[in-house]
Write a protein that binds this ligand. Structure first.
Ligand code: FMN
Length: 193
């Protein structure tokens, strides 16, 4: 089993990466593989199609998704929003019904607003949302700060363990003959007709 993680920060090995690494460690301890992909500036420098195609391919082979973003101006980064807008448009069938979670990192504020934005994507692909013992956030301006955030690190560890448990439950259910519900033909209406 594998969990794909998206680091939506412009910094490849910053605070978001550090937090995602704590989640990854907890998952690896449960014998679940992880991969952290760094989208960097690809979502806004003309390489979004290539970056999304790459992630969509990886998502096909993954059992769950975790999205991480630092707080930029009290919300997720523009890069991660551009990336998710496209990913959820083109890869819905590979995302559908796979457990998901989002995490964030901030120096001080804007964390819950960021989680609100990120968490909404999952509903479009029927993804069960996995939670932890508090909102999924760490605080700091540098990876060293995050290392000192004992509560934040515990939240990330519990998230990893909870994700592993849900994945095992789904696997056990499958073995017991519990299949995923089939996708419906979507009905779309607007407010005009
Ligand atoms: C453009 C920009 C905007 C930011 N806005 C906020 C903010 O609104 N609130 C906050 O607490 N931190 C803000 N920060 C700080 C980052 O969220 C914080 O340092 C985060 O942990 C960085 O994660 P990273 O190393 O993964 O990029 C901002 C940083 C940048 C570069």
């Amino acid at each position: 089993m594998k969990v794909l993680m998206i680091n939506g920060s412009r910094r490849e090995k910053g605070c978001t990466y550090t937090a995602l690494s704590v989640v990854a460690k907890a998952l690896n301890e449960e014998n679940i593989d992880t991969e952290i992909i760094y989208i960097g500036k690809d979502a806004v420098n003309g390489k979004i199609d290539e970056a999304v195609k790459n992630a969509a391919q990886k998502m096909k082979e993954s059992d769950a998704l975790i999205v991480g973003s630092p707080v930029y101006y009290a919300g997720p980064t523009g890069e991660v929003i551009a990336f998710l807008d496209r990913l959820f448009s083109v890869a819905e069938s590979d995302l559908r019904l796979k457990p998901a979670a989002c995490i964030t990192s901030a120096r001080r504020a804007g964390t819950t607003a960021t989680l609100d934005d990120l968490g909404k994507y999952f509903a479009f692909a029927e993804m069960p949302v996995v939670s932890s013992r508090y909102w999924n956030m760490v605080h700091g301006s540098s990876p060293a700060d995050v290392e000192l955030d004992e509560e934040g690190k515990q939240i990330m560890t519990v998230l990893g363990k909870n994700m592993a448990w849900i994945l095992r439950c789904i696997e056990a259910g499958k073995k017991a003959g519990i299949e995923k519900p089939g996708a419906v033909k979507k009905t779309y209406t607007n407010f005009i007709r």
